[in-house]
Design a protein. Sequence first.
Length: 245
Amino acid sequence: MTEIFAHRGSSGTFPENTFAAFKEAEKVGSDGIEIDVHLTRDDEIVIIHDKTVDRTTNSTGLVREYTLAEIKKLDAGSWFSVENKGEKIPTLKELLDWMQGNSITLNIELKNVTIQYPDFEKRIINEIEESGLEDRIIISSFNHYALKRVNELNPKIESAILYAQQLFEPWNYAKKLGARGLHPHDPKTDLETINIAQQNGFPVRIYTVNNEERMKELIDRGCSAIISDYPEKALRIKETLRVKN
């Protein structure tokens, strides 16, 4: 059955990449959560999508310009709604600690694409290894050099290539990096490619699927996973199809 991943947590109904969104994802029954990580000035791994804090907090500037203590003072919820005022930017360690109490899979997207962080992959691998959750982690990125480094550091942790355009036999390309999964952009992905990739042993987790008809199509055709801002909708459709079948 198709797994349902909550994109940046349940980001359609709660402020993205906050514990409010993560807890909602768990509450509705998501199989996994997708997050994004950056590095602070004092080299702490924090969960935020953009390289700046401008869009999702009450401040401005690069994440890299803030210490963790300074990041923790920011409001990461008010931009979304008054009810979410006071939500904080979490650290990766805080999320891994929280995961000790559930069975959720975590997809960590490395955001060192347009900005470079020293020893980024090594720092993330170290935190994952310390948590003991290697078998519940998937690391993805548009930076495929970073995925190659991840595989060299710890090949036991699954990595997956993110891509926004059609690739010729992406499973063969992924093999060269040591990646074991494919995370393609939804509009650029056809059902035949999904089927062939999965027949070749590569799970396909498509982002970002918010249209209910598309959810139904992908679940009905056995896509490995869909990544959605509205996991509750996808889970409802999945259950409806299960009952019918």
